[in-house]
Every structure is written in C-alpha cells, then in structure tokens.
Design a protein around this ligand. Sequence first.
Ligand SMILES: NC(=O)c1ccc[n+]([C@@H]2O[C@H](COP(=O)([O-])OP(=O)(O)OC[C@H]3O[C@@H](n4cnc5c(N)ncnc54)[C@H](O)[C@@H]3O)[C@@H](O)[C@H]2O)c1
Length: 339
Amino acid sequence: MLKADLVGVGVIGTGRAGLVHCTNFAENVPNARLISVCDADKKNAEKTAMQFNVKAYNKAEEFLNDPALDAVVIATPTFTHAEMVKQAAEAGKAILCEKPLASTEAEAAAMGKAVEKNGVCFVMGFMRRFDKNFIRANEIIRRGDIGEPLMIKSTGKGPGLPPPWNLDISKSNGMLAEVNSHDFDCVRFLTGENYRWVFATARNNKCLQFAKEYPDFYDTAIVTFGLTGKVMGTIDGACPADYGYDARVEIQGTDGVLMIGSIAKKGVVIGLKEAGVIEEMVDSWRTLFKEAYLAEDRTLIECLINGTTPPSSLEDGWKALQAVLAANRSIKNGAVEKI
Ligand SMILES: NC(=O)c1ccc[n+]([C@@H]2O[C@H](COP(=O)([O-])OP(=O)(O)OC[C@H]3O[C@@H](n4cnc5c(N)ncnc54)[C@H](O)[C@@H]3O)[C@@H](O)[C@H]2O)c1
C-alpha cells in the first residue's frame, strides 16, 4: 500500500493501446498522474511526452529507475511483455500489463514468479472484465437467472489490420492472441469454467499480400471448445472485418439466453429515402470499451492505494494464453488439443 497522495504513472509503449492509457492517466484517474512515457522509438516517446507534458524515455531501465514512478502500464508488443513485467516487478512498480499476457507459458510462469516475489500489484488488461455490460451479464448468470449455462458463442472481430509485428505468428501467436484473447478470457469470466479441449480452424481470406512472407498468417478463425463443466462453445474471429469493431457474446442456459453487445452504435439512426434505415457501426475498441479502459486504469490505482484485488489477474492472462496456444496448435495439426 502506498501513502503518497498522487501515484506517479508511466506508460511504456506509446502506440495504439499506450495512447489510450496515457489519455486516461493524464486526465481521468483520481489520485494518479501521468509523469512519463517510454518508447523504443525515440520520436514516438518524444511526441507523446510533448502531447501530455511529461518526461520521455527510450530505455526501459532508465524509465523504471525514476523514484517518482509508482505504477507502469505495459503497452509494448506482446513478445516484450515478459521482460518488461520482470523488470517492472523487480523495480517494485505496480503493473497493468496489456493483453495477451505473454507469448509462451514459460514466459507466463517467469512473470508470475517475479510478481509474487516482489509483491507488486498486477492488473491484466482484459478490459471486458471492467465493462458495465459484461459485469452485469456476469452478475445475472451468477444469480442463476438463465439457469445453468450450457453453451457460449463469442465473436471478436477487428476493423483494420493489426500492427506489422503481428504478422509473424511465431512471434505474436496471430489473431487468436491479438484480437480473440478477449474472447478466450470472457468465456472463463462468464461461465466460471476452464478450458478442457479446443479445436480450431483458420484461413487467410483477405490478406493475401502477406501469404508469401508469412505463410502461417490467418485473418479468419473459428474455435470450438469444451469447458471443465457442462459448457461447450465457439469463438469466431476476423481481422480486418472492415465493417467495424464487433464484440458480441451469447450464453444459453437451461432457463434462458443472454446476449451482450451489438454492432450498432446506439443513439444515431438515419432514415434515407433510397437507402432505408442506416445505423452507425461501432468503429473501434477504443470507443466501445472507452469507459472499461478507464475503469481498468482506476483499478490499478485502487489496488496500489487500498490493496484491493483486481478482477483480472495474471492467472487469467495465463489461462487465456494456454487456450490460444492450444488453438494455434490445433490449426497446425488439424486435431483436437487437450488443455
Ligand atoms: N486491450 C486492448 O483492447 C488492446 C488493444 C490494442 C492493443 N493491445 C495490446 O497492447 C500491446 C501493444 O499493442 P499496440 O497495438 O498498441 O502496438 P503498437 O505497435 O501500436 O505500439 C507498440 C509501441 O511499443 C513500442 N515498442 C516496441 N518495442 C519496445 C520496447 N522494447 N520498449 C519500449 N517500447 C517498445 C513501439 O515503438 C510502439 O510505439 C499489445 O500487447 C496488444 O495486444 C490491447
């Protein structure tokens, strides 16, 4: 627990996700303030530091060495998370690590050891666990309103191409890690069960320009799975989906069904003589989960100040990673993979 009034926060990795956290900590997180950013690309670091009027670093060791820094958000490419978390934990900083947790289970185990040994707060960046609709759905299921959960379908599709470091699946674990980690986690969150087996199939439908250099790259995937209890289900993913950001879940129980999410951006409906009724689409994860990212960032500070337990843990990141790795193995060998 921290005694200081204002928690000093730094963000490492000032790309797409990093900027969301910078904006939150610069303006909207009580008892905290953004004091620094770090990016291996010096220009990125300096540009972001100027935007938020904070210190810029381009080396993690120097960034972490600042005694005014209490908490860090790790928003660098996934294959760097293990080293970043280890360094941040050893420096005694509270950590919010973006999903996916890591690239391999060995990395996840090392991260878990470093966090435990140094006794630092750790929040896993599964923002759906901080989203009011997902939280409400979880409460309704726990209350037993839809009876016993039997089947779950989770759709996760991104509008555009992921950053270039995602193309090499041996480094990134592909779309199932980058986009669908959220689906793999929310299945566990909503059912309270773990994965028992997965079977997955995937194809590159729309990104043939990458096929030669990255023959394993896929932009469309379907995963079927069985959980440790009665529930079975599917996860489907596509990136780029082009039409918008699509995150919908359906859970069928013995007494009813529950649906989360919509592709329509609520509030604006346009009626045109020729085109008929037009609704605006959800355009990005940034807008759909804006409040959830903020709640996630606030949780990091509450954990540090009050010692509260975050709803999204390192173990949750590890379990989702296990399922992603098994699904990728299944795509490769065409067989069911046990977990
Ligand atoms: N929770 C979400 O919904 C969500 C959304 C997008 C991305 N993410 C995750 O956030 C992480 C970053 O993804 P992104 O899309 O922002 O990537 P990005 O490529 O847009 O940005 C990554 C940044 O990290 C910097 N960087 C790379 N290696 C570094 C190092 N060793 N030290 C310091 N800086 C380094 C790069 O220069 C770049 O500016 C990934 O793990 C991704 O899966 C999560």
